[in-house]
Design a protein around this ligand. Structure first.
Ligand code: ARG
Length: 573
């Protein structure tokens, strides 16, 4: 149910009837729900442009909304707002059809797109650390929302599995195999990288071997490739363990790493040269971009091949973009990558448009996000200043949540505590991220994310268990009784529940998951007010069954909404 769209259609008709067809209606959910369900703010702007009295004009629009099939009342307020109250009988009809549908009345797109989402995408020459958390969580949520709306989503994990570091890593792996210590070394990847780096810096022979391996790797030497594969596989298994712990939808089959594009790099560069888009500047192949000038008014250089023939991050991304459009047939490309790479993506898309690889009807979007900060306001680190391993962070989340659950509820069995601790701990980490506007940096703070009050995962998960407990106590009830929205809080909850699709649409368009988080928080808060003001189980039969239906849609909406954020729910906690 696109409630907003339906109301907007009626308001637009009223605007036309009043001679305001060209003016934006500016419709939004009412700021204060005691005065209405929606408010129209557009009349003031229209009045100003037409030099009319805003209140008089608003009165005319309100009159045009009389006897409307969807809108019960339209009242002018303040300098020329109009407060709208929707017809309860209409809302009831919509609620009933949402309840009967396992997709909660949410329509699947009539024009499904093929959307490629690039997310997580760690460099495999390092163990996954907190820097990869945001991309993984945000990308996964967008994947879920867009899939739910009926689009074909192709997740792409663009892992960094190619480049000079891999020569060093493979050289070190060979050395350790000769010592019979390879398995042992690979068991701790972080240490492995560090040891390899030490060897590289201290031993000239080792460094030379490493450089030779880079060349062999690039020329496709099979024995070096086998070693490289072994290393990449181990590294990917480690990443997959993190994904599993996080409950991400990412699968090993979503990995299409940088190495995949290797044989496309030279042709890509050649094509840009042939088209006259790239030039040879002293041996380096560059696209000069007039669109991106530096302080001295010189065009920005987008380097696609180095003097020595080596390729770069940019070359791979060009080949990759072509693959996503030509082979995966994407209509929309999302890159969930740190905000610090904004310029890279701007330039990438510009070059691709120039080359004709990115047609007008394909949208390419960088979905940037800020840095995860510690409580001290500096990028999140361990006490000793090291980067925090993602697995350690997630384990700590579960441990902390389990301790919290055990202290609140000492009667639970250890197995129950472990399960609830997992769901709450991981949910808290994800929600802390997804509930904030992704473009800002955010402070990672255990205490606030694990709090049962405020806009947190535990609060929402707890709200869901409250709903479930109502049904446990209710036993069997009649799901076919008609719904009544006699109390203001019942109507408010109903209106809010029917906004779900509008909210999901806005997440899909804007790629801001925090709109969904804010919505779920609003639902949980409204439900709790409703629950306190309107007795459910103690009411007379008709009222009880009506309220149980509202409660039921609340539970389904909370659960579905949390699933779309990648967060699990519990029956009790
Ligand atoms: N591996 C890169 C990094 O860790 C992110 C890759 C993002 N995706 C892309 N197509 N460039 O910074």
């Amino acid at each position: 149910m696109k409630l907003h769209q339906q109301v907007a259609a009626e308001v637009e008709k009223a605007f036309s009837a009043t001679g305001l067809a060209e003016h934006p209606i500016v419709l939004q959910p009412a700021k204060n729900r005691d005065f209405g369900d929606y408010q129209i703010n557009g009349v003031m702007g229209a009045a100003k442009k037409n030099r009319q009295n805003p209140r008089e004009l608003a009165q005319k629009v309100a009159e045009a909304l009389q006897e409307n099939h969807l809108i019960a009342t339209a009242e002018v307020a303040g300098p020329g707002f109009i407060n709208l109250r929707l017809r309860p009988e209409k809302l009831v009809q919509y609620i009933e059809s949402a309840l009967q549908d396992d997709h909660l009345g949410i329509t699947r797109s009539s024009e499904p797109q093929t959307i490629v989402i690039d997310y997580s995408s760690p460099n495999l020459a390092k163990e996954m650390h907190v820097g990869h958390l945001r991309s993984s969580i945000i990308g996964d949520s967008l994947n879920r929302v867009l899939s739910f709306l009926g689009h074909k989503v192709i997740a792409q994990n663009h892992v960094g599995d190619w480049g000079t570091q891999f020569g060093m890593l493979v050289a070190y792996l060979t050395e350790q195999q000769q010592n019979g210590r390879a398995d042992l070394e690979l068991a701790d990847l972080e240490q492995f990288y560090r040891n390899a780096k030490v060897r590289f810096d201290e031993d000239e022979n080792f460094a030379n071997t490493a450089r030779e391996y880079v060349v062999k790797l690039q020329s496709g030497d099979s024995s070096v490739l086998t070693l490289w594969q072994q290393f990449v596989q181990t590294s990917l298994q480690h990443a997959q363990a993190v994904y599993q712990k996080l409950g991400l939808k990412l699968l090993p089959s979503d990995v299409t790493g940088e190495s995949f594009y290797n044989d496309q790099l030279q042709p890509t560069v050649n094509e840009l040269l042939a088209k006259g888009i790239a030039v040879d500047s002293d041996g380096t192949k560059v696209v000069f971009l007039e669109e991106f000038k530096n302080q001295d008014n010189e065009p920005a250089p987008f380097i696609i091949q180095k003097k020595d023939g080596g390729f770069l991050y940019a070359s791979t991304d060009l080949a990759c973009l072509r693959y996503r459009i030509n082979t995966l047939h994407a209509n929309r490309l999302l890159y969930v990558v740190d905000a610090r790479q904004s310029l890279h993506f701007n330039e990438l898309f510009t070059v691709a448009r120039k080359a004709g690889w990115l047609p007008e009807n394909v949208h390419a979007e960088h979905v940037p996000f800020g840095t995860m900060m510690g409580k001290d306001g500096k990028p999140f680190k361990t006490r000793s200043g090291d980067t925090v391993k993602l697995m350690d962070l997630l384990n700590e989340a579960v441990t902390r949540a389990s301790a919290l659950v055990a202290s609140k509820n000492p009667d639970l069995s250890p197995a129950e505590i472990a399960h609830i601790g997992q769901v709450v701990g991981i949910g808290a980490v994800k929600y802390a991220d997804l509930s904030k506007n992704r473009t800002s940096d955010y402070i990672f703070d255990w205490d606030s994310m694990l709090s049962f009050e405020g806009n947190t995962a535990p609060y929402l998960q707890y709200a869901y268990t409250r709903v479930q407990s109502v049904f446990r106590k209710a036993g069997t009830w009649d799901k076919n009784t008609s719904i009544n929205l006699n109390e203001p809080l019942e109507q408010q909850l109903a209106v809010e529940l029917l906004r779900f699709e509008d909210v999901l649409d806005s997440v899909a368009d804007s790629t801001y998951p925090h709109y969904l988080a804010a919505y779920l928080y609003q639902i949980a808060t409204l439900f709790s007010r409703f629950y306190e003001a309107c007795p459910i189980l103690k009411a007379d039969d008709a009222t009880r069954n009506s309220r149980l239906q509202l409660t039921s849609l609340t539970g389904k909406t909370l659960q579905q909404g949390l699933i779309l954020l990648g967060i699990d729910t519990l029956e009790t906690m």
